[in-house]
Design a binder for this molecule. Structure first.
Ligand code: MV4
Length: 447
């Protein structure tokens, strides 16, 4: 096992990784920007190293400063968390070059699954369902027109190097396709340094269902079932839950098993999430693979009892997966509300500043993943998420009632947060019923 792990992240996930390290008997080292220097979670690590000023480019995104910090403290490994450098193959490669274990996949596996065209090819080979579309990047307009005619409109143009919804264009006929292809490619080249685009069938009404998988360095891999993350706005999830409402184990099992085959085929180790869209008939189509721990990993931890962050560290250290697939059950239901320092009545405007009142909820089935304490100052430089409220109960209905109860206990002043919106959502008849699609929240907020 590692002696010392450096955490190349901040906020609640840095604290989550510190806790996992401590339970494994590993020393933790936090890195922090000047904007985070007084954050209490920084002091919870065994050591802390300042890596630069507030702007992420000069601190949490600065590869050489993070590697230098790891060398200074003699860390054996780096946990990248989510966001920042977590999905940058060049960072995983820099770790390898310096003989520091990257807690995640190899740069090769990361690059292969991070490229959408290559990932879709691998998915097909593994038997994972994907949307019909162009098998390779589009080289000529005529080719795109031909494929679109075969699969039928609407189609969507996507950047092979894109992600999280950036660089997508929906085309409802041939005219729109021809009008968008060149622009999409130019935009992709500017944004991602890679102009490769592909097309696939566009699905209008869909839910977002993702499968959590984890593999070790011996070719073993398992899935931890699914999460439903359909309640989102501008590709930012607000609520995630597991299991997905109205989905039987018989329906999801073959999809989850195919996801496991995909990561085995890619010789992948570490945690990964295979994202799918699910249509109204519960057919699945894979979108992309996230090669990191996700924000919403706790809902899976709550229903399976598996500590995902500790398992990531153990497999990175060369241990075999400590579970077989038949040991992974689904127990009750879990819901996560992402609490953001944002004002929903002002277009979700960020609310940096001091938290003078912080009264977190508690009681049975309530887990709070947060780095915030009373007196904490939310910095303006980073993501506005200040807490994840994760609630577990015997079934979905009880879980929603308990989540509403916890949200009512939760007091934050004077900054505005998304707590009142979450409370409204827990009491919404359509959300209660289950099965709202990925566009539902944006429609709701408009009208
Ligand atoms: C799609 C789609 C419909 N059909 N692909 C958006 C994020 C990126 N991961 C893929 N995305 C989508 N791809 C096809 N063929 C609709 C979306 C989409 C979406 C997907 C998941 C969660 C929220 C979304 C919001 C808008 C569009």
């Amino acid at each position: 096992m590692f002696s010392r792990v450096l955490i190349a992240n901040r906020g609640e996930i840095a604290l989550r990784i510190i806790r996992a390290c401590r339970e494994l008997g590993i020393e933790s080292v936090s890195v922090f920007s000047e904007a985070d220097k007084d954050a209490p979670y920084v002091k919870l690590a065994d050591q802390a190293i300042c890596i630069g000023p507030g702007p992420a480019k000069e601190s949490y995104l600065n590869i050489s400063r993070i590697i230098a910090a790891a060398e200074v403290c003699d860390a054996d490994a780096i946990h990248p968390g989510y966001g920042f450098l977590s999905e940058r193959a060049e960072f995983a490669q820099a770790c390898r070059d310096c003989k520091i274990e990257f807690i995640g996949p190899t740069p090769e596996a990361m690059a292969r699954l991070g490229d959408k065209v290559a990932c879709k090819k691998a998915a097909k080979e593994a038997g994972v369902p994907v949307f019909p579309g162009s098998p390779d990047a589009i080289e000529e307009e005529a080719e795109a027109v031909k494929i679109a005619a075969q699969i039928g409109y609407p189609v969507i143009i996507k950047a092979s190097a894109g992600g999280g919804g950036r660089g997508m264009r929906i085309c409802r006929n041939e005219t729109e396709l021809l009008a968008n292809l060149k622009a999409a490619s130019t935009e992709a080249l500017a944004a991602f340094g890679n102009g490769a685009v592909f097309i696939e069938k566009y699905l209008e009404h869909a839910q977002h269902v993702e499968i959590q998988v984890i593999g070790d360095k011996f070719g073993n891999a398992i899935h931890l079932w699914e999460r439903n993350c359909s309640i989102q706005r501008r590709h930012q999830k607000l609520i995630e839950e597991a299991p997905s409402p109205g989905l039987s184990r018989e329906k999801i099992r073959p999809v989850a098993e195919a996801a496991v085959n995909l990561i085995k085929l890619a010789k992948y180790h570490g945690a990964a999430t295979c994202e799918f869209l699910m249509d109204e008939k519960k057919n699945f189509y894979m979108l992309e693979v996230n090669t990191r721990v996700q924000v919403e990993h706790p809902v899976t931890e709550m229903i399976t009892g598996v500590d995902i962050v500790k398992t990531m560290i153990r497999v990175a250290a060369g241990e075999k997966l400590p579970y077989t697939q038949d040991q992974i059950g689904v127990h009750g239901h879990a819901i996560e509300c992402r609490i953001n320092a944002e004002d929903p009545s002002k277009g979700f405007m960020p609310q940096p500043g001091p938290v003078n009142v912080w009264q977190p909820p508690g009681g049975p089935g309530v887990r709070m993943d947060t780095h915030v304490v009373q007196g904490y100052v939310v910095p303006k430089w980073y993501d506005s998420m200040i807490a994840k409220l994760i609630v577990h109960d015997v079934d979905r209905d009880h879980c929603m009632t308990r989540t509403a109860r916890a949200l009512r206990e939760f007091k934050v002043e004077p900054i505005k947060t998304t707590i009142p919106l979450h409370l409204q959502l827990m009491n919404d008849p359509e959300v209660r019923k289950g099965g709202v699609d990925i566009h539902w929240l944006e429609r709701k907020l408009k009208g």
